[in-house]
Design a protein around this ligand. Sequence first.
Ligand code: NOJ
Length: 758
Amino acid sequence: MPPTTHRPARASRLLLAALLASAFVSTPAQTPRARDARRPSRPVSRRDEIERRIDQLLARMTLEEKLGQLQQLDGEANGNFRPEHVEMIRRGLLGSTLNVRGAQRTNELQRVAMNESRLKIPHLFAFDVIHGYRTIFPVPLGEAASFDPGAAERAAEIAAREATAAGVRWTFAPMVDVARDARWGRITEGAGEDPYLGSAFARARVRGFQGADYGAPDRVVACAKHFVAYGAAEAGRDYNTVDISERTLREIYFPPFEAAVEAGVGSFMSAFNDLNGVPASANRFTLSDVLRGEWKFDGVVVSDYTSVEELIKHGVASDGKDAARLALGAGVDVEMVSRLFNQHARALLAEQKITQAQIDEAVRRVLRVKFRLGLFERPYTDESLEAKVLLSPEHRAAARTLAARSFVLLKNDGGTLPLSKNVKSLAVVGALADDQLDMMGSWNGDGRAEDVVTLLSALRQKLPSTRITFARGCDVRCDTDAGFAEAARAARDADATVVVLGEDAGMSGEASSRATLDLPGRQLDLLKAVHATGKPYVVVLMNGRPLTINWAAENSHAILETWFAGTEAGDAIADALFGDANPGGKLPVTFPRAVGQEPLYYNHMNTGRPPDANNKYTSKYLDVLWTPLYPFGYGLSYTTFKLSNLTLSAARVPVNGRLTASVEVENTGARAGDEVVQLYIHRAAGASVTRPVAELKGFERVTLAPGERRRVSFTLTPKELGYYDREMRFSVEPGTFRVTVGTSSVGGLEASFDVVAR
Ligand code: NOJ
């Protein structure tokens, strides 16, 4: 939530306190003036006070100073500011920077703003703190695999604490783009393919970064990005065109953004892509009508990097001046890196192509965030904090726990995992097993490779009496089998082998789309070489997106998906491999069998000809099954669970009513473990528009001791049951709904109920 507002209950408490105080304190005779001063006046809320201070400031600002607040420039990759920034800040011409960080450097620049600029408006330091600042947590897709929003909230809270210690008060996160196409490299930065899961993680991350009030010194203002539908890039190619219906926009791509607004997010970023013919950074419908009109967002909108200037290449702006007009007019407040607002606003005003009110409103939004951050009162960072806070043992411990919660056990035939700690000899194969850099994944903040615990070093630490041999086999993108013989020899000579395969960190993230989803290089051949030894082995995957791992899925006994798990990746994976942690994560994205199935997602429509193996003229492929390799929501455990007794609170519910579904979950195995109970609904035939075959509407991760059972409940309200009807009205249509409660998006216990007109 944004800073506190005045609440009536509090006002009456204050009034009561004041009255009591005046009743009991005997005072000498007072002049009328003194009496007035003591009379409780209407308390001014912090919100009102901020708006008043903004008014005062705006009245004193020149046009250049106003435009300065709308300008954001990039620092150097190493965190330094540029000489130009100093001069611009001194003259009031620069409101924020990105990438400038470090307590000393930010303080140095801030002193220029506070001591040398005319109006002493504090500078705001932004940075992409995506999954950790110095202590790196799993990539966001991995965090989402935990199906534990609380874990993501904790990671964001720690990231905020570290970032603020380094002078950063604005993070360009969370990335809440729904991504249904594994080719798109940025799938790694979000919470996967589902709007419901994505909304839960959006809320959690905003809460984690901002806390109850982002004005607290150890919190940052968050940024919901990239608005909007950036993840729907055609063919999964980054920055590509997006053309989708308003229904898909509202039902699939909007919800996590709206959830972020509900959680009080302070800023938004307008995306690079065009959307149904209008680039996102010039889109008045999304930035103004929806974001500010429908959702009542009162924070700041920053353009993505040079996306204002890119309106020219998109073809909607004839030149820089036109681009500035379009972006400002649509609702962009801050221009990142390109400088068109600054260069052209004066002329645009003179030509009456934009209004002074537009500029003032954009400046107001920037100042609002700066006031809410408390920057005017506390512009500087305590320089002693970095040493204490960054990478603290507490943060490392949290990273290790959260990493383990993100792992998904894809296969475990015959209880191959966990491995026994009594193993005499262990082979570790694959370059990723000893790579400190890649473990951090893309967008790794100020993470340092030297801080990262690799799997190899973690295994050596965990198993001091085991003989451990390491063979790289081949690098991630290798094109030679030169190391295969050594790897096979190591496997042959060991009681067990851990084969580590996947992508390097640069293969997902921005501008890292792939047209194939296979293991890169010759890694599959390396796996086959180890397999051919006939000795026991397990596969550990490290990757930022779903991969087509059909051969492993068919031939290997055990596969553990670990994404890019961050600073504590190695320890966490070693914990999972040897049973000190029990994997309980689930896939937040569908794993396809072939790249040609993409985009592949569980909540698709039924079509008029749903796939039928016995009927050619149905919706499928000639050469590959239509089903996923591993479905959304899937993941195993070292123990087993049983669901039973699905109960609905009613068989009929009015359109404005609510219903509770509950189920019993029992740990039927011999180890403690986690299960994620998932509730899906399906609107049966008779809707005014086609509806997905399944929609996630509830989930809960529970930890159960062996033999323990628990009842888990979910509530369905009009928010979960409604959808956009043929006239694009969000409503609950009477009819039958099926409820499926299970442990993945496939299978589970079923029940149904009727929604009736009241
Ligand atoms: C471009 C990326 O799209 C965005 O996610 C990021 O926040 C900005 N660059 C700033 O680094």
